[in-house]
Design a binder for this molecule. Sequence first.
Ligand code: AMP
Length: 309
Amino acid sequence: MSLLVVGTVAFDAIETPFGKTDKIVGGAASYISLAASYFYKNIQLVSVVGDDFPDTFLNTLKSQGVKLDGLQIKKGEKSFFWSGKYHNDLNSRDTLDTQLNVLETFDPVVPETSKNCEFLMLGNLVPAVQQKVIKQLTSRPKLIVLDTMNFWMDIALDDLKETIKMIDVLTINDSEARQLSGEYSLVKAAQKILAMGPTTLVIKKGEHGALLFNKDEVFFAPALPLEEVFDPTGAGDSFAGGFIGYLAKTQDISFENMKRAIIFGSAMASFTVQKFGTERLIGLSDADVEARVQEFVNLVQFDIALVNN
Ligand code: AMP
């Protein structure tokens, strides 16, 4: 039984209305693995960095129980670098720079022990590389979740569509759902995207929560209204990590359980945005996570006595 996480491990430089960072550790797979590690312990990471990447962060991942046998460290090469600037509402951002560096030639190698993983989380990455990972597996995982972004829709749409055919759950944000489907209504967008292959779709709407769709049902999870949001980077990845980590822990991939999983995902995202980078996701206790999930329950629980019932 294992959870295989694939995606970028990277350097980011972030600008928000509250401050600016130099290069700090980020990357989709970093956030996913950290968030998932609070629910599930047998996590294997497949990714690539250059030899400019700090050991301290890799040791943090190891101390959270994340196995790094599938992480390639390329001598003399630079790690993936992304830089973004958030608008005042913190819900939208512009990418200022994307330097693929080690990603340009990345050939993922799934460790032998993870080729029969039960859960596969394909974090944001080159779609063709995501596909290569699926093809190395010796048995079909119980669940494949894929996250992606507009960048890949712009430059690798055909590969992305091929990859989407092979998965179970797609997680994207509202503007990406509109871009991928060509529909403004998210309900119509969801039906078009579900027709492309996945059985389930999660549409993330930043501070406005997340929608979970299958062919027949819809569910909504709010985002926690926080007094301070410092840096939204990695919120989507932390969401995905909490989502799949909870599903792996409970071994239940029903729509009912996915409703719970998007609450756990939203809780992990709410931690991430409270500090720059991955900082807030390190060293949480089980009690911290439980208390945060309880805040979600309190936020949406209400009793209504309907007059005609
Ligand atoms: P999120 O805020 O959840 O969308 O994820 C932000 C993370 O995604 C950052 O830490 C970046 O390093 C990483 N990232 C940004 N652009 C890309 C890309 N084109 N491919 C893969 N990862 C990316």
